[in-house]
Ligand binder design. Structure first.
Ligand SMILES: Cc1cc2nc3c(=O)[nH]c(=O)nc-3n(C[C@H](O)[C@H](O)[C@H](O)COP(=O)(O)O)c2cc1C
Length: 184
């Protein structure tokens, strides 16, 4: 069994709900980045000890929230020692529009993982893109780099599409399974 940590920021709770689904699938511990973009020393230790790390952030203005970026910049301290070399990584993002430039956020997370010498896990789920596909289907947003979720701008986190949340859960499970396989 591998040890996975989900680290995320959420401004208004929508991404927190997604993070809970990812963590359920991954059997992971959750760490929330606070409103100042900080995490505790104990949280850094958990990240350093993890076999797999899954990043999460809402997409704000076409990229990750600044709090997540502050965390990303703070990982430079670990980068100097190659402390996360060969860890397994994944990422998810959530935003109001179906597209909303979510891909930019995922590519940012994938690049962050690559800077650390990590092994990135793709979504690994076929898109549900037929005429009859619905928002209850897995991967209805058609992602491939990581998990994409849409939360309607006029609703709370409880109204996030079931298919997107299931996509998040399945993706978490995939990251942990791949980390376990690599661990041997
Ligand atoms: C400052 C700000 C910028 C946003 N920019 C985008 C955006 O670029 N694309 C989009 O689809 N939604 C955008 N949104 C909507 C959020 O991504 C959406 O409400 C998301 O569910 C918020 O997640 P949270 O509750 O975890 O903060 C933005 C919201 C805020 C507050």
């Amino acid at each position: 069994m591998s040890n996975t940590v989900v680290i995320y920021y959420s401004g208004y709770g929508h991404t927190r709900r997604v993070a809970e689904y990812v963590a359920e699938g991954a059997k992971a511990e959750l760490i929330e980045i606070d409103a100042n973009g900080d995490i505790t020393d104990a949280a850094w230790e958990k990240l350093n000890a993890a076999d797999a790390i899954i990043f999460g952030s809402p997409t704000y203005m076409g990229s990750a929230a600044w709090q997540f970026k502050k965390f990303a910049d703070a990982t430079s301290k670990v980068w100097f020692t190659r402390g996360w070399q060969d860890k397994v990584f994944g990422g998810f993002t959530n935003s109001a529009s179906l597209n909303g430039d979510k891909q930019v956020t995922l590519i940012f997370m994938q690049t962050l993982a690559s800077q650390h010498g990590g092994i990135w896990v793709s979504l690994g789920l076929a898109p549900a893109n037929t005429f009859d596909a619905t928002r209850n289907d897995v991967n209805n947003l058609g992602g491939s780099v990581g998990a994409l979720v849409q939360s309607p701008s006029d609703r709370g986190a409880e109204d996030t599409a079931a298919g997107d949340l299931e996509t998040a859960r399945l993706y978490g499970a995939r990251v942990t399974e791949i980390a376990a396989r690599l661990k041997g």
